[in-house]
Design a protein around this ligand. Structure first.
Ligand code: DQA
Length: 191
């Protein structure tokens, strides 16, 4: 059964709802023209479908800025995201991407990168730890891949504010199923 966002809103009640349209360019299912991408995002905030909306950093920067302003006027939180499905960039690059998102007005900044070695997990956690905690902007960092589960479980200790979990189907490598994640965090006292 598929549930549309408006009825999800009713089911979730007080629980925050983040709406994401993940484009093919960032490993989603559908490629959209730049116009259609922004049209979709504006539709989300005009209809106030969610409490927060995801916008991908790689789109047109002028349009991103305009969108963020409108989203704020409509009372929607903007999570800006960047995905690298091939590699983990250097710690400096990760931090630079996060700062770019802040510069574009993001309320929450998010980066998900693919790991190719154990060192990559450490690079990402280190970037999260070094990202200035004085900034009010919450940060989400994810290492994708099986070993990246460590970053999902321990990210909070290093400054990451949110964990993505799977309910029916995973949408990224290393994503943990929700009931397992809850149990593991409770068991490890990491929640
Ligand atoms: O932004 C995210 C998080 C994610 O990249 C993850 O690694 O859990 C998976 C994406 O589907 C989702 O949109």
């Amino acid at each position: 059964m598929q549930i549309g966002a408006p009825s999800l809103r009713e089911i979730l009640r007080e629980t925050g709802l983040l709406i994401t349209f993940r484009t093919k360019g960032e490993s989603g299912k559908m490629a959209l023209s730049e116009n259609d991408y922004f049209k979709t995002l504006y539709g989300i905030i005009e209809k106030k479908i969610g409490d927060a909306v995801d916008i991908e950093l790689y789109h047109n920067k002028r349009r991103i800025r305009e969108f963020v302003k409108t989203a704020h006027k409509k009372g929607t939180i903007v999570i800006m995201s960047n995905h690298d499905f091939e590699k983990t960039p250097s710690k400096e690059e990760v931090i630079m991407h996060l700062h770019r998102m802040i510069g574009l007005g993001a309320d929450v900044v998010k980066i998900a990168v693919m790991l190719n070695s154990r060192t990559d997990v450490l690079t990402l956690l280190q970037a999260a730890k070094e990202f200035p905690s004085k900034l009010p902007t919450p940060l989400i960092t994810i290492s994708m891949g099986n070993l990246g589960k460590i970053s999902r479980l321990a990210g909070g200790i290093f400054g990451s504010a949110l964990i993505f979990a799977a309910v029916a189907q995973t949408s990224a490598l290393g994503q943990i199923e929700l009931t397992h994640l809850k149990q593991e965090l409770e068991y490890l006292h990491l929640n």
